[in-house]
Every structure is written in C-alpha cells, then in structure tokens.
Write a protein that binds this ligand. Sequence first.
Ligand code: 5GP
Length: 125
Amino acid sequence: MSLSVYDETNIFARIIRGEIPCNKVDECDHTLTFHDISPRAPIHVLVIPKGPYVSLEHFADAASAEEQIAYFAAISRVAKMLNVSEDGYRLTSNTGHNGFQEVFHLHVHLMAGEHLGPVRLPKQS
Ligand code: 5GP
C-alpha cells in the first residue's frame, strides 16, 4: 500500500460520505471525530480529516494550511469536549506496515479514561 495513493473505498471514506454510520463526537468543515468501533480504552475516539489523505506525512505534504490548522484544532477541541485534558490522554497515529495501520485514511486515536501504561505492549505470539 502506497502511503500517498488514496483508496476512496476505505471504511473511513465511506463514513465521511455517510454510507455507513458512526457514533459521532465532533465535526467541522474539515474534520470528523467518532468513537472507535472496538475501543481499547474507556475513551477511544478517532479524529480524521475529511480530505483524502493516507497518512500524516501525506496530509502535511498535500493538505491546505486551513485543513491542517482545522485538524490540530479538532484534536484539541475533542480533548476538551471529552474532559480528558486534566487527567491526560494518548494520541497515536499508526502509519504503514510496521505501524500496523489498518485503515489507510489518516486518523489519530485519542485514548483516555484510565492510566494507559507504557506505549509499547509486549508482542503477541
Ligand atoms: P489503525 O489500526 O488503522 O490505526 O486503526 C483503525 C481503527 O479503526 C481500529 O481501531 C478499528 O477498531 C477502527 N475501525 C475499523 N472499522 C471501523 C468502523 O467501521 N467504524 C469505527 N467507528 N471504527 C472502525
């Protein structure tokens, strides 16, 4: 999978187009935030740009300044909205094969609601 060639059939593109539902947390002209379908923390949401970007690098190279500002503003707004700023949270953006990216539309996982432990978990055999 190339990290700059966007596949319009990916699941998040379908959510943005309204073809499949999501449990929405926040939306603006350039971003959408919704609950992860299989949460790995008490709070686990995905913040995505509405534009067709595969990864953070693709987004940084190809998105407009307005889209980039809106994306980081959305992450901050959602953290405040979910009331996790004080206790803290984790942002993760899995990228490519080694990053175990499963959906090739840029997304940041925002996880919170408990002490999340170290970033790297033991490898599953
Ligand atoms: P990745 O591994 O690409 O960083 O994460 C993709 C995330 O998307 C996973 O945490 C997975 O649970 C979530 N996901 C996959 N399909 C759907 C879906 O149809 N709806 C929602 N809300 N989340 C999804």
